[in-house]
Design a protein around this ligand. Structure first.
Ligand code: NAP
Ligand code: 8YV
Length: 316
């Protein structure tokens, strides 16, 4: 019997992370189990740690009466029922900060691709259209106003990049922050005053469809919506309708309501919509750092040391 702690990994994460986990822990890979229920039944009597965070709703967590820690792979932990964890004395951790720059780069990349139609331009050349004439002019971002919905760790990294692009920054959070940007307590009022709405808030029930039809209609026919948060925070059917009717100018999307399913209507909008497969943090360097933070939290827990990045809901 190995003295390395048993850890149940609920989904595939970065390959390098899995290799490290196999050295550090007695690792159980749920998504590869020929019979997942059998694996769960065998582990249930003694398992203390779950990693990955995927599918960790109350029903799943209740299968493990000895569970003490859930370590998420990612900063967004909307797939973990942290209220259940709190009620059962289970600690939960995530991987903040190590991915701020990566996600902010993706957000700005999506904005430039959408406003300047860089993907359209790539296709324009490959399809030989340039031989017949210049591509139509597009939209600039310099001097435009970006409204950040969720000026947190990643939101602030986006803001500093947008400032470098000579954009004006305003923001909407539930609470005002000590930052040199105008604060909008009302999201619709902000949507009225901006050219770009940059969405980088957490997922979950509280933010579900926060980017409503009214918000997007107010952003308007020249407005650009960028969503690098979660698909659930946008009213996706309303967004599609408004884009089709020309009542919303354009969208750059990294996340979707039913990932990896993407509505066909969005796939067919090739001029003013840019789609990405949830790659906000998808580089080797950043995924390695996310994985190491997940591992270090579990190691700290079993060593009786303070957790490095516990989520606010299970602290104290
Ligand atoms: P963070 O530092 O906690 O920032 C979240 C911000 O959102 C805070 O400033 C918070 O301010 C605001 N906020 C929270 N709930 C709100 C609400 N109901 N209404 C308005 N504002 C609200 O989190 P982060 O590290 O920047 O990450 C943010 C999210 O990005 C993650 O939760 C995840 O869903 C997403 N993400 C996506 C990718 C990707 O690959 N696309 C990668 C990483 C993260 P207040 O508390 O004042 O409201
Ligand atoms: C991850 C993310 O890609 O950290 C997050 O919240 O959305 C991304 O960094 C996602 O968790 C999938 O692994």
């Amino acid at each position: 019997m190995s003295d390395k702690p048993n850890v149940l990994l609920t989904r595939a994460v970065y390959a390098g992370t899995i290799e490290t986990m196999e050295r550090e822990f007695t690792l159980h890979k749920l998504w590869l189990a020929p019979d997942p229920d059998k694996m769960i039944a065998e582990l249930a009597p003694h398992l203390r740690a779950i990693a990955g965070g995927y599918g960790c709703n109350a029903e799943f967590l209740a299968k493990f009466p000895k569970l003490e820690i859930v370590a998420n792979f990612g900063v967004g932990y909307d797939t973990i029922d942290v209220q259940y964890c709190k009620q059962h004395g289970i600690r939960a951790t995530n991987s903040p900060d190590v991915l701020n720059d990566e996600v902010a780069d993706t957000a700005m990349g999506l904005l430039l691709c959408t406003a300047r139609q860089l993907v359209v331009g790539d296709r324009y050349v490959r399809e030989g259209k340039w031989l017949k004439g210049a591509m139509p002019l597009t939209t600039n971002i310099t001097g435009k106003t970006m409204g950040i919905v969720g000026l947190g760790r990643i939101g602030e990294a986006v803001a500093s990049r947008a400032v470098a692009h000579k954009m004006n920054i305003v923001y909407h959070n539930r609470s005002k922050k000590d930052v040199p940007y105008k604060y909008y307590p009302n999201l619709v009022e902000m949507a009225r005053d901006v050219d770009v709405l940059m969405v980088i808030i957490p997922g979950g029930a509280e933010t579900s469809k926060l980017i409503s039809r009214e918000v997007m209609e107010t952003l308007g026919p020249k407005g650009i919506l960028i969503n690098v948060a979660r698909g659930t925070v946008v009213d996706e059917p309303a967004m599609i309708e408004l884009l089709q009717q020309g009542k919303l100018g354009g969208a750059g999307l990294d996340v979707f309501e039913k990932e990896p399913q993407v509505p066909q209507a969005l796939i067919e909008m090739t001029e003013n919509v840019v789609l990405q497969p949830h790659v906000g943090s998808a580089t080797h360097a950043t995924r390695t750092a996310m994985g190491q933070l997940m591992i270090d939290n579990i190691k700290a827990y079993f060593a009786g040391k303070p957790l490095l990045t516990e989520v606010p809901e299970t602290k104290g």
